[in-house]
Design a protein around this ligand. Sequence first.
Ligand code: TPP
Length: 291
Amino acid sequence: MLTTDLEQVLIWRAERDRIAAAEPAEKAALLAGRAQAIRRRVVQMIMTARQGHVGGDMSVTDILTTLFYGTLRIDPADLPKDRDRFILSKGHCAAALYATLASCGYFSPNELDTFMAEGSALNGHPNRVKVPGVETNTGPLGHGLPVAVGQAVGAHLAGSPARVFVVAGDGELQEGSNWEALMAAAHYGLENLTLVVDRNRLQQGARTEDTNGLDPLDARLAAFGCEVRSVDGHNHLALAEAYAPSTTGGPVAVIANTIKGKGISFMEDRVEWHHKVPTSEQADQALLELA
Ligand SMILES: Cc1ncc(C[n+]2csc(CCOP(=O)(O)OP(=O)(O)O)c2C)c(N)n1
């Protein structure tokens, strides 16, 4: 198990407080700066490891940054039972999660250099026994939301104010387990559960709509009992607003419309960048564009 980096926690706390106190335009700029730094780190990690899922990492980064620097009631140095929970169900995008967790101080950012190396805690998919901040193991698609429903039920039973956030890919929603989980979430009135869908419209090897179409996704999620909020998944202020608590007494589903490969011109919306590794020239260009 990796250990908390207290110095980094202090840096994160200061940044989080600064963001909380900022006017909207400054808040957006600060969150955007954070997200770009995390994207750069992910590109470096993938270049060192020579493997990873760069496209989905880039699409989910703004979703993660807005959660960890604004919304979640968490602190890496203080883990009370009633803290909020976060699950990255699209666990193949572990690099983006690790870079975010390290920036908060859950462990030293230096550890990121070991991503997917032999003996490293930072496996290709997140492991809760090895990595602080990881609340459940993910990787096989379609498991994160059912676990999140269980955690939300548990919080209810304990009378806890904890909210549970889970991020799933849109391709991942083709797994039927998600829809069973949503039925249960509505049945139990889990207003403490928020599903965020990283709607980048690509999955592995194809467009989501060409494989097993999800549209009309908003109507489908609503039919399963969710309060649906559809936003630009790269707009930090819109995301922050969409993460607000339920107004209906049931689960919230945020459709975060994103671009796979976001921020890197030659990767944006291109299916081959699901898990292709850049050449060193491409990585240099990517890092320049993410500056
Ligand atoms: C049950 C299961 N089937 C297949 C895979 C292999 N797999 C890994 S990522 C992926 C595509 C996921 O697409 P999406 O959820 O849209 O993720 P994103 O495009 O955001 O990376 C697949 C099929 C898996 N991890 N788990």
